[in-house]
Design a protein around this ligand. Structure first.
Ligand SMILES: [Zn+2]
Length: 150
């Protein structure tokens, strides 16, 4: 079941789909401010978690927690934010977002305006963020291994 006007119902750019099965897919959000930001999207156009049958609900949450677990090991975030909003795209998708006290919106949500930062803080975040980019290949490889053994 797909909806013609829904972004998550359109064919994916295959390069950012890290893993998929017949129910869902795991996507690299490719957000330049949040290296490692990962989404778990249901394949069918389903609006709310309670629209899913309980086994499907458990399946998507198992995948979300698996992503969080691998993210913690590989990227060592200061905090993981997990969110399911869908106000703009009412098609179930979970955001799993690594956060660090240096990032440009911490401790606010990533959708909040950027915080005031000193030049030193901005530079520190740039350096740290570049280092995080260097960890993404290993993170994605570990994610695929863990998802394949789910
Ligand atoms: Zn959709």
């Amino acid at each position: 079941m797909h909806s013609p006007n829904c972004a998550l119902c359109q064919p994916d750019d295959s390069h950012n789909v890290l893993w998929r099965n017949d129910k869902l897919r795991v996507i690299d959000a490719e957000d330049p401010d949040y290296p490692g930001f990962t989404r778990v999207a249901w394949n069918d156009h389903v609006c709310e978690m309670t629209d899913l049958e309980p086994p499907d609900r458990r399946h998507i949450m198992d995948v979300v927690w698996l992503v969080e677990g691998v993210m913690r090991v590989e990227l060592m975030p200061g905090k993981v934010n997990v969110a399911q909003l869908g106000n703009y795209v009412p098609h179930i998708h979970w955001h799993v977002i690594p956060r660090w006290p240096l990032d440009s919106r911490y401790p606010d949500a990533i959708w909040a305006p950027m915080r005031e930062r000193s030049p030193e803080q901005l530079l520190a975040w740039e350096v740290f963020r570049e280092r995080q980019y260097g960890l993404l290949t290993a993170y994605h490889a570990s994610l695929r291994v863990a998802l394949n053994s789910l």
